[in-house]
Design a binder for this molecule. Structure first.
Ligand code: SF4
Length: 241
């Protein structure tokens, strides 16, 4: 993983890029990471036993709480169907019943089916072959699969495949917005590129950073209330004039 010195060099090399607000963002993102890692330590995320379980979890995690995903994944595991072949050959109705705890279960069952069909068609069913594909090419391919949007594709690439792609989610966006680092119109790709431009290209660093932001979003930076006095990112708030 990147060291403090690497993070500082990365931040220093960015001072010539972008407009002044963007320069501030690029400088402050490595500092956020340092502060969060010092306060919270490693997060050991994503909690899954295999890369395929990460992929299933990433698809089931859309629009639901993580506890619901865990229950659905556990039902697939208990049925011994948590494999690409198991999901491909299972009737759609049975798959939908098994993943019911994750919500939107009929749509999510179709998405899981679409992914395993894609995996077989393009890579002979081999995740190892899939993840040997260059990052940008595989990202484009994943985005072409029914039900896989940017956050799901990037979670698959980073957490299951160890590709250097930063995952942007609602927690990330809320934290940056509240610190005045992006505006409400900032798109997914814009925020992702800002992280990737300001940090060394290191999947383990991206993994840890995203998990730390999730921790902040769940613990202090809640949708309705921000408990800034207790949050490790409190010192980074601009003083109000
Ligand atoms: S809780 Fe406050 S200090 Fe923490 S990330 Fe949110 S806005 Fe920043």
């Amino acid at each position: 993983m990147a060291t403090t010195a690497q993070l500082q060099r990365s931040a220093a090399s960015l001072t010539v890029l972008g407009s002044p607000p963007q320069q501030r963002l690029l400088r402050v993102l490595p500092e956020f990471y340092e502060a969060l890692y010092a306060a919270l330590g490693p997060q050991d995320w994503w909690p899954a036993r295999t890369p395929f379980e990460v992929i299933v979890g990433a698809i089931l995690a859309q629009s639901t709480a993580w506890g619901n995903v865990e229950r659905a994944v556990s039902r697939l595991r208990q049925a011994r169907l948590l494999t690409p072949r198991g999901i491909e050959h299972m009737p759609l109705g049975k798959l939908a019943r098994l993943v019911r705890p994750s919500g939107y279960f009929r749509q999510k069952a179709k998405k899981l089916k679409a992914f395993v069909r894609f995996l077989r068609r393009e890579f002979g069913g081999s995740l190892a072959r899939m993840f040997r594909t260059p990052t940008a090419q595989l990202r484009r391919m994943l985005l072409g699969v029914h039900g896989i949007g940017p956050e799901t594709a990037d979670s698959i690439l980073l957490y299951a495949g160890n590709h250097p792609i930063f995952v942007v989610d609602a927690y990330t966006r809320r934290i940056l917005l509240r610190h005045g680092l992006v505006d409400a119109q900032a798109g997914y790709e814009e925020i992702r590129r800002l992280f990737e431009q300001s940090l060394p290209r290191d999947p383990r660093l991206y993994n840890e950073y995203h998990a730390l932001l999730v921790h902040v979003g769940k613990t202090w930076c809640r949708p309705r209330v921000a408990r800034c006095d207790e949050c490790p990112l409190g010192p980074f708030l601009e003083p109000r004039t």
